[in-house]
Design a protein around this ligand. Structure first.
Ligand code: ADP
Length: 266
């Protein structure tokens, strides 16, 4: 029987320093890779990583957020794509160090968006690699867009799409905070974690999640909660967990007691 599939989104807030351009957090990437290696024995896995400071900062610098408006952007577009590839190389090498049979996919090679939302994606190669126990991996990217020339595709939207299309048993979003809070825990000392949400209470929580003051061009925590609610309304339990503490990622996948937030299918 095929092992249950989990889609794991590894957030750029944990894997990179989002305030400093092109700054990976090597220790946190190793921590995630170690847990993914452990989980790959029990589950089929698809890993999606955020672009972190390799994406959000150059996208803002080159004004790529809203797609193509001038030929002058093309130089910045190519430069940003090249930096995203460099990031991919750093991430992949660490996963290889942990003997994970990672198969990297550039989202721009298999996804086309329309006004920023995924319009089509060829998932046949991903399914084939999964069938021989490999771990397909992809990430937030700049992809071709039918209306806007190109668009910035968040790892969050991509994770939800993959979880729904591949009928995942769960979707896990890892970031640098413990879960979904009543407000941004980095700014509000009174913020409380919300342990359990439904798709509809999640939408309310999203409206209270501030777009952080660090560069994020894809909606930050609010965008992530909305994507999570979408997966939950498609019947997939969604977990938000802190990647920078202990083995919480593995523990949440293995159903162990752990600090996290869940959006349950309603
Ligand atoms: P990633 O890059 O890992 O995908 P984001 O930077 O988009 O993650 O979102 C995580 C950040 O969202 C946290 O570092 C936190 O400061 C901020 N945030 C804002 N509002 C909330 C909230 N209500 N609950 C949790 N985190 C929040």
């Amino acid at each position: 029987m095929r092992k249950p599939l989990i889609v794991i989104k590894l957030g750029g807030s944990a894997l990179t320093d989002k305030r400093r351009i092109f700054t990976p957090r090597i220790k946190e990437i190793h921590r995630a890779a170690e847990q993914v290696a452990q989980l790959s024995k029990r589950f089929s896995l698809v890993v999606v990583h955020g672009a972190g400071s390799y994406g959000h900062i150059p996208v803002r610098e080159w004004r790529l957020e809203s797609g193509l408006s001038s030929r002058r952007q093309l130089k910045g577009l190519a430069a940003t794509k090249s930096k995203l590839l460099e990031w991919e190389g750093i991430f992949d090498q660490i996963f290889l160090d942990h003997q994970i049979p990672l198969i990297p996919f550039l989202a721009s090679d298999f996804v086309v968006t329309r006004k920023g939302r995924i319009f089509s994606a060829d998932l046949r190669p991903v399914k084939n690699w999964l069938s021989i126990n490999c771990v397909p991996s992809t990430g937030g990217d700049i992809v071709s867009d039918r209306n806007n020339g190109f668009s910035v595709l968040s790892g969050d939207q991509l994770s939800t799409y993959l979880a729904v299309q591949l009928k995942a048993s769960r979707l896990i979003f890892g970031t640098d905070v413990d879960g979904i809070f009543t407000s941004d825990p980095k700014h509000d000392p009174h913020a409380r974690i919300i342990k359990e949400l439904t798709s509809s209470t999640a939408i309310h929580a999203a409206s209270r999640a501030r777009v952080s003051d660090i560069p994020d061009v894809t909606g930050g925590m609010a965008g992530k909660i909305i994507e999570g609610a979408r997966a939950a309304s498609n019947g997939i339990p969604v977990y938000f967990v802190n990647l920078t503490v202990g083995n919480r990622l593995a523990n949440v996948a293995l159903n162990r007691e752990v600090v996290c937030s869940k959006i349950l299918p309603s």
